[in-house]
Every structure is written in structure tokens, then in C-alpha cells.
Design a protein around this ligand. Structure first.
Ligand code: C2E
Ligand code: CA
Ligand code: CA
Length: 652
């Protein structure tokens, strides 16, 4: 929608009013003009008659044939066939060309005529000069009077000898005409009024429309369309004002950042319309428990914020935040199904945690980040170490960008063994990064960092090619396992990258195994399925990593082309101590057996764990007991054989 300025709007009113008034005036003036014109035509007829008569009968030296034509006031002039003229004539005079009154009968008694006004004289002179009839209106002496003075030139043998001055009084005619014109004038007046009224009505409608449109635009500019809550712009504005007030009065302010947990999963699995409904419901719930003084806003996607002014103390804030958490965790009824959601909450306080809009919002965000990292569905207040954490994260990203492709990145390999035969099955490739500023960085730190700054694809490509080239030098029976993160799957070109890596390294596809987590299967199910099927068709095998820690939905195992289950090391660590854990591990092994999947245990550190797993029927094992991850140069073939012997001794 286009927004024009208000001044331009207001200019339209006078313009339209002016138009209506002009129309009205044109009607009025037009009426008057017609009135005057008809009176003049009538008067001219009189003048012509008198003139023609006198001109026809005038003798030389201005001998006037009619004796009555001699005074200043003369009402009777006998003109054959023009009886009615009398009433209209106030005076008839004959003046010579110098303006002297001509006496009847041609006697020399000639007085200078006293013109009634300068205009009167000018009209006379004009008539003499031009030799044509001239006239002018006489200023009315009483209301409604309508008089015109005519000067009609008289000629004798082609020479102008004087003029007849006729004072024509048309007051009666004008009155008659005026009353005849009355209805017409009324009509024009009415039309004019209707014009003005219509104009005003149109203008009013226009202005009202404009104002509503502008109000709508203002609303849209300041509100979120979906939830009708304040938007980021309005939230910032309110926070700014609140900060100003707080500065003057010393009150305290809290900015509460709220984020719907796993909202992406909700959107991906249930679809956007359901996602929208959940966002709307969440907005309503937050609003309903946030109190009348709070400002609730939707900042973006699944991100909300609440501004609380003048709160009592931190306990009160915590209680308010807990109300948000509780209200958000009530199940949503969607198409007969219950969808349970949760939110995470981060709180920053002013002036303690910041005194600017940006600072407070950033710190509330950091606290929210912490709440998410601490397992979601929880509340965190901002602390200064969060800021440090963010800075470190930035540093990691910057350094990562710089080091990518350099020899500061390399790959370590950790062996995997067959628990039954003691044979080496293969190695899992694990990325390593050593940075001069940061030291040795764990992949649990730099892999997510690469994901969040968009470097995961090049990193993955580099790692895969490197590992494949290394594996190509191993004995043909030794397999290579490579981790592929969910974000790489989201990037969409995993299959291409893997295919390229295999082609360039010329490693046989059936020697490559990729390790994925359940998150991959949860997100973009269709794309994931297609990618996995394509890899499977190539001959690449697929292992489900960290099994038991996620949803461990059994349906995944039948729906997706999975070859191997990798029991998470958290189970293995408690295997010897907790009977329940042992029962779970046994159940996983039996399940894998039943589905004809390979089963590997990761994080095996003690011979006890290895022995227990073997008796439970676990096929393979990986862990410090069998070998820590080492750079490839550390694993010559004789070493592998030595490790195999060590295993046999340990296991038997
Ligand atoms: P993961 O896939 O579960 O890898 C196994 C992790 O357990 C490795 O940690 C390994 O060093 C460690 N580990 C091996 N044996 C033992 C043991 O006996 N006890 C204990 N406590 N730990 C053991 P690492 O190398 O720090 O890797 C951590 C995670 O980082 C990996 O977990 C994997 O998810 C990810 N990662 C590592 N390299 C890559 C990679 O190249 N690409 C991707 N996408 N992720 C990687
Ligand atoms: Ca792994
Ligand atoms: Ca794992």
C-alpha cells in the first residue's frame, strides 16, 4: 500500500470545495449574465427605435423634429408604433458633438450638458470617437433600480453631428425578469449546495478510508500478523521508553526471552499450518498469564519476548516465568491428537544486565540459549559468563573459517573389533582440530560450530575424501566408518559428496559405512529416506549412532535402510554396575538380532564390559580398551595385527 503525506490530503479539501464553489458561482454568474443580456437587448431595441426615428427626421444643425425633446426629464416621445417605450425612458436628450444640449427647432440655445459622472462623460466621448452606440449602467439610486444610459450617434450627410442620450429605466423589466429567473437561480443555487455537500461527503469518505488504511498500516508495522502480538519493532520501542522511565524513576525492568522447544521438528513433522496454530496458542497462553502491565511480543518464528516493568523481586520474576512454562506445556488439541510442546525461557534484568535495548535483548537471548543448552523446558537468568561463552563461540567460528583446509585439521581413527572372532572390522574416522589460540578443540564443539556458520559441507567434504584415501591403503577387509551430522543431511547434498569422495579416492563403496543419528531420520523424513536409499544402492552401509539416547523408535529400524545399531556409550559405561542398563543393552542386542542388524557397542573401556557384551551376543565393540583414536600414521598394518592379538588375550 502506498502512503502519501497528510498535507497532500488536506490540500484536496480546499481544491474540491473551490471546484464546487466555482460551479455554484458559474451558475449564478451565468444566470445574471443571461438576465443582463436580455435586458440589454430589450434596451437596445428601444434605443434603435428612437435613434432610427430621430435620425430619419433630424434636420441640418441638429433640428430636432420633436418639440418635447428638450428638457433633462422627458417622458413622452411620440414615436409611431412604439407606445410602450414611454415607460422605459427616463430622459431623451440630443447633444451635439461637443456635449451641448440641442434645442428643439434648431434654436441656438445650447447649454453644456452636465454629465452625471466621469463614466457617463467617457461613454459619450467614446460614442463620438467611434461613431457607434455606447452605453453604461447607472449606479442604482434605490434598491432594484436598473438603468442604462445609451449614446447613439446621429449623422448628417455622413458626418457625425451629435448623439442622442437615452436614459433607459428597466427597473420594472428587471424585476419581472428577475422573478422569472428566480426558479432557475434557485436551481443553480441548489445544485451548487448539492455539489458542495457531495464534495464534502466524498472527502469525508476519502479521509476516513485513508485513516483506516493508515491505522491498518500502523498496526501492521507494529504487530505480528499471525499472533496479533507486538512485533520486534514495537517491542524495542516499548523497551526503549521503559528504559527511559527506569532511568528517571529508578524502577527495574526485566526482558524475558521465550523460545518454543524443537519448533522446527513440529513444523517439519506436523506441517506449517499446525506450527502456526501452536504459535498462536502459545502467544495466547503467554499473554493470558503475563499480567496487564507486561508487553508480550513475537520477535520472529518461534521467538517471543515479554517486557516486565517494575517487578517486585527475582522470585516474583521466576514465578512469572514458571507460569509461562506451565501454560506452554498444556497439551494442544490438534485434529483429535494431543501435541505437547514446551518452551525455554531466558531472563535479563535492567540495569544489572544492561541498560540499552540491544544489550538487554542480547543478554536475554544468551540466557535463553543457556536454557536450551541445559535441556530445554527451563528458565535461566543471564550471567556474565554467558557473554564470555558467546565470545568464545564467535572466536571458534572465526578460527574455524581460517583453519579450514589447513593441516590444523586432521582425522584420527579408532578401531572396531569383532567380539566373536577378535578380528579387526574397521575404523571410525573422528575429526580433530588443533588451533594455536584455542588448543585442541573437541569435535563436539567444532562440528556444531561448523554447522551454525555454514561450514559443515566443506568440512565434511574434506574429511570424507581424506578418510577414504587413507582407507584405500588399508587391507581390503577393513572398513571405514564416517560420521554424518543431521545438519549435513539438511544441507541436502550428502549423497553427492559421498559419491564424489568414493570416486576420487577409488575406495570400494561397500567398504564405507556412514554413522547417522536419529535426528537425521526425524527431520525431512522423505529427503533422508531418499538419500539413504541412494547410498544403500551404491553399496554404502548405514549405522545408527548413539542408539538408545534419542527416541529409539522401532519404526525407524523397519522404515529406513539401516545395517547396524551402535549402542551408545552411556549404556556401556553403566553396564557392569546397573542391572537395568544391562537389561536394556540385552534388549537392544536381541532386537538387532531379530531384525538381522549388526550390533556394535561403543565406549568399551574395560575387559569386564567386553566380556559381558560378548556373552550378551553383541557382535562388535569399539572403545579405549581396544584402541584410542589415533592419526592414521600410527596404524601400520603390523599394529593392527598386534591389536587383534591383544584383543584375543583380553576377551578370552
Ligand atoms: P561419536 O560418533 O559417538 O564418536 C565417538 C566418540 O567417543 C569419540 O569422541 C571418541 O573419541 C569417543 N570414544 C571412543 N572410545 C571411547 C571410550 O572408550 N570411552 C569414552 N569415554 N569415549 C570414547 P570424539 O572424537 O570427541 O567425537 C565426539 C563426537 O563428535 C562423535 O561422537 C561424533 O558425533 C562427532 N564427530 C567426530 N568426528 C566427526 C566427523 O568427522 N563428522 C561428524 N559429523 N561428526 C563427528
Ligand atoms: Ca560415531
Ligand atoms: Ca556414538
Amino acid at each position: 500500500m502506498k502512503i502519501r503525506n497528510k498535507r497532500a490530503d488536506l490540500m484536496v479539501l480546499p481544491a474540491l470545495c473551490g471546484l464546487a464553489i466555482s460551479l455554484y458561482a458559474a451558475g449564478y454568474i451565468g444566470g445574471k449574465f443571461i438576465e443582463f443580456r436580455s435586458l440589454r437587448i430589450q434596451a437596445e431595441a428601444i434605443v434603435d427605435t428612437v435613434h432610427d426615428y430621430l435620425q430619419g427626421h433630424i434636420g441640418p444643425g441638429l433640428k430636432i423634429p420633436v418639440p418635447e425633446v428638450q428638457g433633462t426629464v422627458l417622458r413622452t416621445i411620440e414615436i409611431p408604433g412604439s407606445e410602450s417605450l414611454r415607460a422605459d425612458l427616463r430622459s431623451v436628450l440630443v447633444l451635439d458633438d461637443r456635449g451641448r444640449i440641442a434645442a428643439p427647432g434648431g434654436s441656438p440655445a445650447r447649454d453644456a450638458f452636465e454629465f452625471s459622472s466621469a463614466m457617463d462623460r467617457a461613454t459619450f466621448e467614446r460614442a463620438i470617437r467611434t461613431g457607434t452606440t455606447q452605453y453604461n449602467r447607472v449606479a442604482p439610486e434605490r434598491p432594484g433600480e436598473f438603468r442604462t444610459v445609451f449614446y447613439a450617434p446621429l449623422f448628417s450627410i455622413g458626418n457625425l453631428i451629435g448623439v442622442i442620450r437615452l436614459d433607459v429605466d428597466q427597473t420594472a423589466d428587471a424585476l419581472m425578469l428577475s422573478s422569472a429567473m428566480q426558479s432557475r437561480r434557485l436551481m443553480t443555487r441548489l445544485l451548487g449546495i448539492v455539489g458542495v455537500v457531495i464534495t464534502l461527503l466524498m472527502f469525508w469518505r476519502y479521509i476516513k478510508e485513508r485513516w483506516t488504511a493508515e491505522e491498518e498500516i500502523r498496526f501492521l508495522a507494529m504487530h505480528d500478523v499471525l499472533t496479533k502480538l507486538a512485533n520486534r519493532a514495537q517491542f524495542k520501542l516499548r523497551l526503549e521508553r521503559a528504559l527511559e522511565r527506569a532511568f528517571r524513576t529508578g524502577t527495574k525492568i526485566a526482558v524475558i526471552g521465550i523460545d518454543v522447544d524443537n519448533f522446527k521438528d513440529i513444523n517439519d513433522t506436523l506441517g506449517h499450518p499446525v506450527g502456526d496454530r501452536i504459535l498462536k496458542a502459545t502467544a495466547e497462553r503467554i499473554l493470558s498469564v503475563s499480567g496487564p502491565k507486561a508487553t508480550v511480543a513475537r520477535l520472529s518464528g518461534d521467538e517471543f519476548a515479554v517486557l516486565i516493568e517494575d517487578y517486585e523481586n527475582e522470585t516474583a520474576l521466576r514465578k512469572a516465568a514458571a507460569r509461562f512454562l506451565r501454560s506452554a506445556s498444556i497439551a494442544h488439541e490438534i485434529d483429535g491428537n494431543e501435541v505437547v510442546t514446551s518452551i525455554s525461557v531466558g531472563i535479563a534484568l535492567a540495569p544489572a544486565d544492561g541498560s540499552t535495548v540491544e544489550g538487554l535483548m542480547k543478554n536475554a537471548d544468551l540466557a535463553l540459549y543457556r536454557a536450551k543448552a541445559d535441556g530445554r523446558n527451563t528458565i535461566r537468568f543471564f550471567t556474565s559468563d554467558l557473554d564470555l561463552e558467546l565470545r568464545r563461540k564467535r572466536l571458534v567460528e572465526d578460527e574455524l573459517r581460517r583453519d579450514l583446509g589447513s593441516d590444523r585439521f586432521n582425522v584420527h581413527y579408532q578401531p572396531q573389533y569383532d567380539l566373536r572372532s577378535g578380528a579387526l572390522v574397521g575404523y571410525e574416522a573422528l575429526a580433530r582440530w588443533t588451533n594455536p589460540k584455542l588448543g585442541v578443540v573437541s569435535p563436539t564443539v567444532f562440528i556444531p560450530a561448523a554447522e551454525s556458520c555454514g561450514l559443515i559441507t566443506p568440512l565434511c567434504e574434506w574429511l570424507l575424501l581424506n578418510a577414504c584415501k587413507t582407507a584405500k591403503e588399508w587391507p581390503a577387509t577393513t572398513k571405514l566408518a564416517v560420521n554424518i551430522s543431521a545438519a549435513q543431511f539438511r544441507a541436502g547434498d550428502v549423497a553427492d559428496i559421498i559419491e564424489r569422495g568414493l570416486r576420487w579416492s577409488r575406495l570400494a563403496p561397500d567398504r564405507l559405512e556412514i554413522e547417522i543419528t536419529e535426528t537425521v531420520l526425524l527431520q525431512n523424513t522423505e529427503i533422508a529416506l531418499a538419500t539413504l536409499n541412494r547410498l544403500r544402492a551404491l553399496g554404502v552401509s548405514i549405522a545408527l549412532d548413539d542408539f538408545g539416547t534419542g527416541y529409539s523408535s522401532l519404526s525407524y529400524l523397519s522404515r529406513f535402510p539401516i545395517d547396524k545399531i551402535k549402542i551408545d556409550r552411556s549404556f556401556i559405561q553403566q553396564l557392569a554396575e546397573e542391572r537395568k542398563t544391562a537389561a536394556i543393552v540385552k534388549a537392544i542386542i536381541d532386537l538387532g538380532e531379530a531384525l538381522q542388524l549388526e550390533i556394535i557397542a561403543e565406549g568399551v573401556e574395560t575387559p569386564d564390559q567386553a566380556a559381558l557384551l560378548r556373552t550378551m551376543g553383541c557382535h562388535q565393540a569399539q572403545g579405549y580398551l581396544f584402541g584410542v583414536p589415533k592419526p592414521t600414521t600410527d596404524i601400520p598394518v603390523p599394529e593392527i595385527i598386534r591389536q587383534q592379538d591383544a584383543l584375543r588375550k583380553a576377551a578370552i
